[in-house]
Structure formats: C-alpha cells, structure tokens
Ligand binder design. Structure first.
Ligand code: NAG
Length: 402
C-alpha cells in the first residue's frame, strides 16, 4: 500500500517537473531568444558612436592642407586658346602622369591646359561605348585622346528612390568623385569635368552614331536638355593604360531578399577576405569604401586596378538620395577595422566644414550638386568617424592599425 502511494507520489513529482520544464521552455526560452534578436546591430552601434562623437571631429583641423589649393591654382593656368596648344604633346604629357599612386599630377602647371583641352578640343570621332549597360559615348578629341562622355539624365534636384544602385548614372557623381579623390589626396580617379554643348559638337561626328545616340536618348528616356537643346554631361579622361578587373568581395547580390556572404556573416567576413587578398589590396578596398560612402556610390560590384593599385573608375551612382546614408557601403571598414594612416590623416584634415569648403571651391560644382547633397556628404564624414570610433571600442585593439 505504502509502496503504491510512493509510486504515485513519484509519478506526480515527475508530472509536475514535466509541466514546469515545458512551461520554462515555452515561456522563458522564447523571451531570451528575443533578447538575442534584440542585440543591437553594427549600424546601431555606429549611430550610438555618432551621438557621442568627440569634439575634435567637429572642429576645424589644426593643420591646413594645401593639396586642393595647389590643384586649383594649377587648373587656372591656361590662356584659354586652343590654337596655342600642341594637343598631341599635351595628351602625351597627361598620359605620362599615370602611375600606381596617381592618375594625374596634381602639382603640374600643365593641368590648366589639359582641363581646357578636355572641355574644348574638337571632337573628331564618336562611338557608342559598349562597356557597361548605360548609354555613354567614347569620343576622340583632336590630338588623339579618347574620353568617355556620360550625359546628364536627371536634374540635380531629382531624388533617386530605391536600392543603392537604382537609376541611371549621374554625371555629377563622376565629377564629384574626381574632386573628392583630389581632396583626399588620392588622385585615383581620371580627370572628369563638365563639358557642355554636345549636340553641336555631335554634328561633327559620323551621322550614324549621332542618329543612334539620339534614338537611344529620345526613345528610352529623354536626356535633360537646356533651352538651346544642348546636352550637358561629364567628359572622363580615358587613360591609355592596361587595367585589370576583379569582382569585389563586397559585391551585392542585386536580388531582393537574397543576402551576400558579407551581409550574412558580417563579423567573420573580413577574415576570409584577408586570407585571399594581399594586405595592400584590402587597404585599397577600405579606402575605396570610404570614397564610395561619401558620395553613396553603392554599385562597385567590380573594381579596376592599375599596376596592382585599386583605381576609382565608374563613380556614377553617387548623388542619388541626400536623405539616405547606406551605411553598408562602409562594410569593408567596419568589418575589417583597419585603415591606412594617410587616409586617416586626410580625413582629419576635412573636419569642421573643411570638406564642404574644399568641394565648393571646385569648378562648376553648383551645376550638379544641391545644398542637400553637400550637407549629406558632411554628415557622412561624421558617420565615417563614428565607424572608426566603433572600431576602437568594439574590436580588439590590435586589429586597429592606425
Ligand atoms: C608633377 O609635376 C611637377 C611640377 O611640374 C614635377 O616636378 C613632377 O616631376 C611631376 N611628377 C610626375 C610624376 O610627373
């Protein structure tokens, strides 16, 4: 009798225990799982750093940086006469500047002549440039220099909604990219300038290509024309050098809802990149991400190198939406948390409104950039500093090589 009661008690005990455990699993566990899910993302951590950003990032730099001033001085050195220029010799000189540290010589007094010729030299030939997906022209200027022409598709106020790679190329983004490369003291973008009045110049080229581009232009999407039916756009110096092309380790999937490896395994991803690529390349790609983030050029699925240095070609997807900062363009920086000392110094030279001041001193800038975009670029500089602060706080100190 007693034994039976004991058995009953034991059964009851087990039953109670079972109920309690089940309750625990059903109630307690999911809520702790929620807590795991609620752990803040890298993006949120960066924005937390932004809230308490040290004052040094908001004050004017102590040392004045002269590179941009020297560049501006040099591009003014021209007597604005095509006849006085030996174009062949000039293009030869411009091509001789190309090296693994620069695509043009910022301290050369010939810059003024080169820029004047880029804007004004007669177009002797034009082809539709078949590289890439968007209409652009490959023009040959007198003296045998090729330039890429990217037409203006949008008014500068137009806001491009959607994913970071949405819309057509913005010609102003190419030019701002070039200016930014000068300001960052990394002239790794070929000279890119505004050139106007293409239509009358196009009349000088073969009828066929002219017709082809007009058909492209008119049917698909009207290119913005000013009241005289001239087209504006960017001319981009086509360097005569052999380039290599690589897939970016931070390439997007371009499919809605499908994540790339770097998006899925954010914390561990840089380790795999470092195993595959030489250190210099990783540093180059981090510099590139900073450059791209400032203008929001989020479409760098491939990148080009010259003599093993990453150069900044095809920067047309920036200046899309000044109200959005796609922070994942900075993934190479916040996943690797390393940065070149020179880049760090160059960024520190742009604090407290200096970046904007330098941008505004560049030619034609008001033609293709709005106040909102200028403000956005300044705001993104602070986000870059916040990302560096994030790296200092969240990653092991020895990962952080400044
Ligand atoms: C750049 O220009 C300066 C000034 O003319 C010159 O001294 C220097 O050698 C040039 N550098 C290159 C790489 O051409």
């Amino acid at each position: 009798m007693i034994r039976r009661r004991n058995l009953l008690l034991i059964a009851l005990l087990f039953f109670t225990l079972f109920i309690l455990t089940t309750n625990y699993l059903l109630i307690i566990l999911p809520s702790s799982e929620n807590e795991v899910r609620k752990e803040i993302t890298t993006e949120e951590k960066i924005y937390q750093e932004l809230e308490k950003l040290p004052i040094q990032y908001k004050q004017r730099p102590l040392i004045e940086e002269k590179t941009t001033d020297i560049f501006l001085e040099n591009i003014r050195k021209t007597d604005k006469k095509l006849e006085s220029l030996n174009l062949e010799q000039l293009w030869r000189e411009a091509n001789s500047w190309v090296s693994k540290t620069q695509l043009l010589n910022l301290s050369s007094p010939s810059l003024g002549k080169v820029f004047f010729a880029l804007k004004n030299a007669k177009i002797i030939k034009s082809d539709v440039d078949t590289r890439g997906t968007q209409l652009k022209l490959l023009l040959t200027l007198e003296g045998d220099q090729q330039v890429v022409f990217k037409p203006k598709w949008y008014e500068k106020e137009r806001i491009i909604e959607g994913p970071v790679y949405a819309g057509k190329d913005r010609y102003g983004s190419e030019i701002i990219g070039f200016y930014l490369s000068v300001i960052l003291k990394r002239p790794l973008t070929p000279a890119s300038l505004q050139r106007d009045y293409l239509i009358p110049l196009l009349k000088e080229i073969t009828e066929l290509v002219y017709m082809e581009s007009v058909i492209f232009v008119k049917k698909e999407d009207p290119v913005c024309e000013d009241q005289n039916s001239f087209i504006n756009g960017a001319v981009i110096f086509n360097i005569k050098a052999s380039l290599s092309n690589y897939r970016s380790p931070w390439q997007r999937t371009y499919k809605k809802g499908k994540k790339a490896h770097w998006q899925e395994f954010s914390d561990a991803y840089c380790k795999t990149v470092k195993e595959k690529l030489p250190k210099k390349r990783v540093y180059d790609l981090i510099d590139t991400s900073i450059f791209d983030f400032l203008i929001q050029n989020g479409d760098r699925h491939h990148y080009e190198t010259f003599d093993d240095t990453v150069i900044w070609l095809d920067n047309g997807k920036g200046l899309g939406n000044p109200n959005v900062h796609h922070i994942d363009i900075l993934a190479p920086l916040y996943q690797c948390c390393i940065l070149r000392r020179e880049t760090w110094k160059a960024l520190l030279g742009l604090t407290g409104g200096e970046l904007r001041k330098k941008l505004e001193s560049m030619p034609d800038i008001n033609n293709f950039i709005t106040e909102d975009h200028l403000k956005a670029i300044e705001a993104r500089l602070l986000i870059i500093f916040a990302t560096i602060e994030y790296c200092k706080h969240y990653k092991e100190a020895d990962h952080y090589l400044l």
